[in-house]
Every structure is written in C-alpha cells, then in structure tokens.
Design a protein around this ligand. Sequence first.
Ligand code: COA
Length: 159
Amino acid sequence: MSKVIYPGTFDPFTLGHLNILEKACNIFDEVVLAVAEYTGKESLFNLQERYELCKKATEHIPNVIVSTFRGLFVDYAKNQNCKIMIRGMRAVSDFEYEFSLAITNKKLNPEIETIFLVPSLKYMYLSSSTVRQLAELNGPLEDYVPACVADAMRKKYQG
Ligand code: COA
C-alpha cells in the first residue's frame, strides 16, 4: 500500500492545499495530512483549530488521515513508517524554499524523498497570508478557502 505525508502549517488550509491533497489522493492509497505545531511565526489559528478545520475540509475524501505533529518532520515520518513527503510547487518563487526544505530533510534522513505536485492554474498564486489579509479586511473568501475555514476566519476577525 502506498502511503505519503503532506505536511504544512495550514494556517489556514486553503483551496490550493485541498487541490494538492486531492491530486495526491488520486495517486496514492493513503495520504496523511500532517498539521505542524511549529509555525515559525505567530499563527492565526492554534494547532487544535488548524487540525479541526483540516479535518472538516477534507471529510469528503476517504483516503485522507488528518494528524498533527510536533518537532522535526523526519522524526514524525519515521514514526509513521513513511518516507515520502508531498509538497505543492506553485511558482518559481516557491522553489528555493521548497528545495531547501527537501535538502534539509534529506540531510537529516537520506531515505526521505520529496514529491512536488503542481496545483491547478487557478490556485497558482493563492497563499495563506493573502487569505488572512482578505479576511482581516472583510473581503470575500469563498474562492480561496473551504466554507468551514471562511466561517472560522470571519468569526476570528469580525467576531
Ligand atoms: N496552495 C495555496 N497556498 C499554498 C500552497 C498551495 N498549494 N502551498 C503552499 N502554500 C502557501 C501557504 O498558504 C503558506 O502561505 P503563507 O506563507 O502566506 O502563510 C505557505 O505557502 C506555506 O504554508 P504551508 O503549505 O502550510 O507549509 P509550510 O511551509 O508552513 O510548512 C512544514 C512547512 C511544516 C512542512 C515544515 O516547516 C516542517 O516540516 N516543519 C517541521 C520542522 C521541520 O522538520 N523542519 C525542517 C527541518 S529544519
């Protein structure tokens, strides 16, 4: 059985992430959507909230398991008995960051492989920070995030 992990901070989980996840689910038997505790920046949603939103947004996909992890990805992957990481590659601007992440993981564990999937064109320039800004300024969110995420963002910003 083929199993891969799609990790991210998912703050929040966007339709772009969903697009990558659905592509991975069409290729592999099981995809673990792994929500990282460590975000490296101040996050909008805490780990539990990010986990719950990912779970709700993906409940229609049978071969997804939503999970959380603390610490290094390579350690989590080992615990999961999985050596393949999925990441989205949206544009050339993603390359350096994604390449550095893939190489660092490979240094930590040479058995880890990263597979990059390219999102559909309409999600190419979507990012979580753009969506956060839209939500903060009370803009429309429906084209960018799943409905449950849009609701949660509105609650967060507009109360
Ligand atoms: N569609 C839309 N947006 C996307 C996207 C897609 N397909 N792919 C990435 N993004 C955007 C996100 O919206 C986010 O945007 P922002 O910077 O504006 O907030 C950004 O790209 C990255 O977010 P995300 O996809 O959630 O991933 P990440 O880069 O936050 O996640 C981890 C990185 C969690 C995989 C990585 O840091 C990790 O493995 N951490 C654990 C610690 C570790 O082992 N580190 C590596 C060795 S030091």
